[in-house]
Write a protein that binds this ligand. Structure first.
Ligand code: ATP
Ligand code: MG
Length: 317
């Protein structure tokens, strides 16, 4: 598992660069509220003038989503989830100093819930891959392992503090980036990447599909959609030659992304593909004809990431 996670670092999709963690958190607002449901209150407190951290926005979104899902599962009767970003406060410095680190080198992302908490035994094992206290089929035990793997890969640290009945706080220490004035000027300047090609979006989660369809149509693309592989085949197999890019979820009931790609490439071998997945550990892609792996976009992604990735793949020859 650890090896698999570290291998993420060599994949082209991972773009380690200075990231504004507040931007990542605020960009997830709608998704988080939807994930948490109506009985959980979401409070975000974003620290002012935080330095950028070393990371990849998509992977940091994955970290936050995994933590939010755990918090939701621990608050079946409702509660409160607080996401706070800050410099490392004095009372949190001890562990870092212990690890031989300088607190000023980190930004703290704290995710705290008022859920059922963990016993010391559970807490000790919580980050182990495949450790779960959930029913069969409900949890794979990979959420925190993935969080840990991603954060470590960016040079950060993860701490858990939890008490039964009281709740849980996960503290993610993210390393301050050496570069502090990166792409922002470029990104904020010109318009988002756009195009007029035809993109077929196959995604079973309706909310995610709507999100992707909306931003692609907004950027000028002709967008076709389907809720799963079977539907995509039924509706579009005869027209697959008109599709410039297949944008598909990897894991769907009925027919998953990889099988769908295999089917479509039977008719149209040069079909371009962009996979999405909600889980970093599913992120093992297929390969295109030249043998290079098909790119993967981790959910949730920001509008900008989606548009950039789509443009990049369409332009790639
Ligand atoms: N916020 C939390 N509150 C209480 N217990 C938690 C919390 N987060 C994690 N845990 C405990 O740690 C275990 C492991 O969490 P982890 O996210 O790795 O796996 P999972 O949630 O069980 O499954 P998966 O995330 O793969 O669906 C959980 O089963 C749960 O017992
Ligand atoms: Mg989990």
């Amino acid at each position: 598992m650890t090896r698999q996670l570290l291998a993420l670092g060599r994949r082209q999709m991972l773009e380690i660069q200075p990231v504004d963690i507040n931007h990542v958190v605020s960009g997830m607002d709608r998704l988080l509220r939807h994930t948490l449901g109506e009985d959980i209150e979401l409070v975000t407190v974003l620290g002012e003038r935080l330095p950028r951290v070393t990371g990849d926005a998509g992977y940091l979104e994955q970290v936050i989503l995994n933590l939010a899902v755990n918090a939701r599962d621990a608050m079946r009767k409702g509660g409160k989830l607080s996401i706070v970003t800050s410099r490392v406060p004095e009372q949190r410095e001890v562990h870092l100093r212990h690890a031989g680190e300088k607190p000023d080198d980190f930004v703290l992302l704290s995710v705290r819930d008022t859920g059922h908490g963990m016993t010391p035994e559970v807490q000790r094992q919580a980050m182990d891959p495949f450790f779960t206290t959930k029913e069969k089929g409900e949890g794979s035990g990979l959420g925190l392992a993935v969080v840990y793997g991603i954060v470590k890969q960016f040079g950060g640290h993860v701490e858990l503090e939890s008490a039964p009945e009281t709740g849980t706080e996960v503290r993610v220490f993210l390393r301050v980036s050496a570069e502090q004035n990166p792409l922002e000027a470029v990104t904020d300047a010109g318009p988002s990447p756009h195009g007029t090609e035809t993109v077929l979006v196959v995604e079973d989660e309706e909310l995610v599909r709507m999100f992707i369809v909306r931003i692609l149509s907004g950027a000028g693309y002709r967008v076709w959609e389907a809720a799963n592989g079977v539907e995509a085949l039924e509706r579009y197999e005869s027209r697959i030659h008109s599709v410039d890019l297949l944008f598909t979820d990897m894991v769907m009931p009925q027919m998953g992304g990889r099988d769908l790609v295999r089917r479509f490439r039977g008719t149209r071998p040069e079909l371009k593909v962009l996979y999405t997945t909600g889980f970093a550990h599913e992120a093992v892609s297929g390969t295109d004809r030249a043998g290079a792996p098909d790119p993967i976009l981790l959910k949730p992604s920001t509008q900008e990431t989606v548009l950039q990735k789509v443009r990049e793949i369409l332009d790639h020859r």
